[in-house]
Design a protein around this ligand. Structure first.
Ligand SMILES: *[C@@H]1O[C@H](CO)[C@@H](O)[C@H](O)[C@H]1NC(C)=O
Ligand SMILES: *[C@@H]1O[C@H](CO)[C@@H](O)[C@H](O)[C@H]1NC(C)=O
Length: 894
């Protein structure tokens, strides 16, 4: 039967047909968004989509209630009058209408309210590049006396030719400094049944050292959108090297992995631009089978950046620890960063200072602290890596190849991951927090005379350089075997203290607060027994501290938290490279130094600035205590609150409740490039100067006068019950507050409107300065040195100039494909390339950037046709600003 052409066209336009066609990512023709839908707030996903003028594509990765939606771009790339994002604008309008018509019962007002409260989060997706932390090539390590390695090899029948060079497994020169796992091997503990995912660049599953331990089903290439993480670029060897450290087979190729009978999966994200949704999907990929995710990348280690995972990515991490591994939680391992020589600190990196990740720094083969390894209060342990003349010897890309120049903190993280794999192979029931407890308890005290060691309240030693010490495989696994599982996680959200009426709006403009002078600003907060009881809280683990500080030179500011028992955590110390004037707009620090400490009593935050030529104000702060619950039956599931960096927060919800219908937010997703730690890793990292005699942070000029206590006289500490906006219930029962709250929502809407107007104006301005045409943008992309570095903690996730340039490259049609060696950015341009879609057997029903096959793309549960009338292209505003830490810089040759 032949259908008339017009009927075919009509059918093609119809939603049911759209739903069946492959939902490839067409960045040139569509804008993509991620939408968090509140299923019980009144409006169906279809109604929300319709009101926003978007089409539902499918679920976003493993995130429940998160949907990928899209809308066609209007073909007006050169229409400079029309650059606003129509979808986000409609969303803002809906929210404004909803807020301004609280009493109206008109259908329009009702619908606006329904939709506004059903869409919790809406962010445009952009492509960006992550940067790997691969070490630059240098000479092989110094020769080793192989004798005792040889005897181990003989006893265990090890034939791997480079095993004697793997000093991190058996250290002939400094036998007290090694991962200490060979005795476990003798006991048959080799990692069987455990899978580690390497979120990195490619993983050479054809290597004879990795082939038998490669788990294909848990692997995916998010750069090329193919099933296997094949290394394609000339510098695509980092993931392979890290995988070799964990699971290189016991055979006659190169050396051995720490857990040489465990499996590895490769999740390739660092070999090209990547969107937030793919990054978050990678963090949860195969997360019922994959136990550990080894992550050797992060924000630039240049000593200037202060960035972390945005809402979607944090959401994926929380999803991992709550739902991964059948509820025992994914174990995320992050390298602390290689910016030591730049004065960088891992508390300025939101991945490493997350409580959900184990942060691992480096120690070298002599047990010294290599100068590249970053200190901070979030460091949990150190593991062996390059320095003092030696590197990590591990598998390399190729059939039978070995790498001799691997190192940096990105090699420390996989060594720790290997030990965790050994532990999980004998105790698969350990939760993500048990792993952290075991780190704290079994880490080895190295260099006991190092002045950076300080006694904690419970008698352990902690150092910003070494965390709780070096991870010792034997001790860790032995302790794991008899470990009693910790009770579920609990937490106490302390009230938010506004100092001298300090406030910060959504544009990070502060007012009020207390000026920071050399005496410092000090503020205290009391934790009481009653709070512990109220919150079902038993024993302390991590503490997160959120601060609102303005400053004309952020690098001058230091921030410290002192416990009731007098234990001090340095959260931020001076960073000589950091001349940002953005301050700390709702930035969250983390410390593990108070683990197991009794938290009852007065906690003191001190913010100081010894260089008085620049100025700043402390506006407010709060902290959250994390630990275990008293009564497991009353444990709650942690739900990530909306990211809100205003002071006081705009959101009117309980921090950890999803029930509020007012907790909506929108943003333009950030586009940025996270560098590999090796971007900042000095090329001579293998010969990094080690030391064990210096404090982690540069000397502070001692203050001569006692610190003034300026705090609570003007702004009393509320208890959690009466804290500002701390309890939505109070608002609902209090009419006065409802009135104020409504006003706040209106004000928010108006400011959001202003924001978009401002942005539109800026874009117009910038756009005109750019020659029109995609080739220009592509060229500028090629030259661009690196990432935008501000946007992650931007309250609105405002698109930075660089980001737009990134996006713009995505607009370029007919870009070369399948030539990655020549074309860095080809990976995300091949939406239309038939070869990407051909012959791939999809395994995953979830949405990916480029679902492979029509049949596997879940039909949108309630797809509505996109309304295209209002679509505006995401137009470039790129200024081509150059940053350190470029992905290209990381592309070292061998
Ligand atoms: C390494 O493990 C052994 C057990 O094989 C233990 O006796 C020894 O103390 C450990 N060495 C270090 C440096 O921790
Ligand atoms: C992955 O998990 C499923 C369900 O627990 C199990 O049936 C399967 O064997 C696992 N696969 C691997 C490779 O461990």
């Amino acid at each position: 039967m032949r259908l008339p052409l017009s009927l075919v066209l009509l059918l093609l336009a119809h939603e049911s047909v759209l739903a069946l066609t492959p939902h490839k990512r067409h960045y040139s023709t569509h804008d993509y968004y991620v939408l968090e839908h509140h299923p019980n707030a009144g409006a169906s996903l279809a109604e929300c989509a319709q009101n926003l003028g978007v089409e539902v594509v499918g679920q976003a990765g493993e995130l429940k209630d998160f949907w990928v939606v899209r809308t066609a771009k209007r073909n007006s790339q050169f229409d400079t009058r029309d650059t606003e994002d129509g979808v986000l604008r409609r969303y803002e309008e809906l929210k404004t209408r909803a807020a301004s018509s609280l009493t109206s019962r008109s259908e329009d007002a009702l619908q606006s309210r329904r939709v506004a409260s059903s869409v919790k989060y809406l962010a445009r997706q952009e492509l960006r590049k992550r940067e790997k932390r691969a070490p630059p090539p240098i000479l092989p390590g110094s020769p080793q006396n192989a004798e005792s390695s040889e005897s181990v090899a003989q006893r265990l029948h090890i034939l791997d030719p480079e095993f004697p060079k793997q000093w991190h497994l058996v250290n002939n020169e400094y036998p007290q400094h090694m991962m200490n796992v060979t005795r476990l091997w003798e006991e048959g503990i080799t990692g069987k049944g455990v899978i580690t995912g390497l979120i990195d660049d490619g993983l050479d599953y054809n290597s004879d050292d990795l082939a038998e331990n490669f788990w294909a089903e848990g692997s995916y290439d998010y750069n090329e959108h193919k099933d296997l993480p094949t290394p394609l670029l000339f510098d695509d060897h980092h993931g392979t090297r890290c995988a070799g450290q964990i699971a290189a087979a016991k055979n006659n190729v190169c050396g051995m992995g720490i857990a040489y009978e465990s499996k590895v999966a490769g999740l390739r994200i660092l070999s090209g631009p990547i969107s937030d949704i793919d990054e978050s999907a990678a963090l949860n990929y195969g997360f019922q089978n994959t136990s550990i995710y080894s992550c050797s990348w992060g924000p630039p280690d240049n000593g200037k950046a202060m960035e972390g995972p945005n809402y979607l990515i944090q959401k994926a991490m929380v999803n991992g620890i709550v739902h991964g591994r059948n509820g025992k939680g994914s174990v995320f391992v992050f390298a602390s960063g290689n910016g030591g020589r730049n004065g960088d600190q891992c508390n300025f990196d939101g991945y490493t200072n997350s409580i959900f990740s184990v942060t691992v720094a480096s120690v070298d083969y002599r047990g010294l602290h290599p100068d590249y390894s970053e200190p901070c209060a979030a460091n949990m342990v150190v593991a062996y890596s390059s320095g003092s003349g030696n590197h990590i010897v591990t598998t390399d890309v190729g059939k039978n190849k070995c790498a001799y120049t691997h190192g940096g903190t990105s090699a420390a993280a996989p060594n720790a991951a290997g030990v965790f794999a050994l532990a999980l192979s004998v105790r698969s029931d350990l939760t993500w927090r048990d792993i952290q407890h075991l780190c704290v308890r079994t880490a080895w005290l190295i260099n006991p005379d190092d002045p950076d060691w300080e006694q904690t309240a419970v008698g352990r030693k902690y150092s910003y350089k070494y965390g709780y010490g070096s991870i010792n495989g034997y001790e860790f696994v032995k302790a794991a075997q008899k470990w009693e599982l910790v009770k579920p996680q609990g937490w106490i959200d302390m009230p938010i203290v506004q100092i001298n009426g300090g406030t910060m709006d959504a544009f990070k403009t502060g007012s009020g607060g207390e000026m920071i002078d050399s005496d410092g600003v000090q503020s205290t907060m009391e934790v009481t027994q009653a709070m512990l009881q109220q919150n079902n809280f038993e024993k302390l683990e991590h503490i997160t501290v959120k601060v609102w500080i303005t400053h004309t030179r952020r690098g001058d500011v230091s921030v410290e938290l002192t416990s009731p028992n007098g234990v001090k955590s340095i959260l931020a110390s001076k960073r000589f490279q950091d001349s940002s004037d953005e301050g700390f707009p709702g930035w969250t620090f983390m410390t593990v130094k108070h683990w197991d400490e009794n938290p009852i009593g007065k906690w003191t935050l001190k913010v100081s600035d010894q260089d008085n030529d620049e100025e700043g104000y402390v506006l407010g702060w709060t902290m959250t205590l994390w630990g275990s619950v008293v009564d497991p039956a009353k444990a709650k599931e942690y739900v990530l609150p909306m990211l809100d960096h205003s002071l006081p927060p705009n959101k009117l919800e309980d921090k950890h409740s999803t029930d509020s219908s007012t907790s909506t937010t929108s943003s333009v997703a950030s586009t940025k490039i996270l560098p590999k730690p090796t971007v900042a890793l000095p090329t001579d990292h293998g010969h990094a100067q080690g030391e064990a005699s210096k404090p982690a942070f540069p000397e502070q000029t001692p203050t001569t006068t006692p610190v003034a206590d300026v705090e609570t006289s003007s702004t009393p500490n509320p208890t959690p019950d009466e804290g500002w906006f701390s309890d939505l219930g109070n608002l609902v029962t209090n009419q006065f507050w409802v009135f104020i709250a409504a006003g706040a929502v209106v004000a928010f809407g108006v400011s959001a409107g202003l924001f978009f107007w401002r942005r539109a104006v800026n874009r117009r301005k910038n756009y005109e300065s750019l020659p029109a045409g995609d080739d220009m943008a592509m060229n500028s992309m090629g030259r661009r040195a690196g990432p935008g570095s501000r946007e992650l903690y931007d309250a609105f996730g405002e698109v930075s100039d660089d980001d737009d340039a990134d996006e713009h490259t995505g607009l370029r049609p007919n870009a070369p494909v399948n030539n990655p060696g020549l074309q860095y950015h080809s990976g995300f341009l091949d939406d239309d390339d038939p070869s990407t879609a051909a012959g791939i057997t999809p395994r995953d029903q979830r949405y990916r950037d480029e679902p492979d096959h029509p049949a596997t793309t879940p039909a949108p549960p309630s797809a509505v046709p996109a309304t295209h009338a209002d679509e505006r292209p995401h137009s470039p505003t790129g200024s081509g600003e150059s940053h350190d830490g470029s992905w290209e810089h990381a592309s070292e040759t061998r």
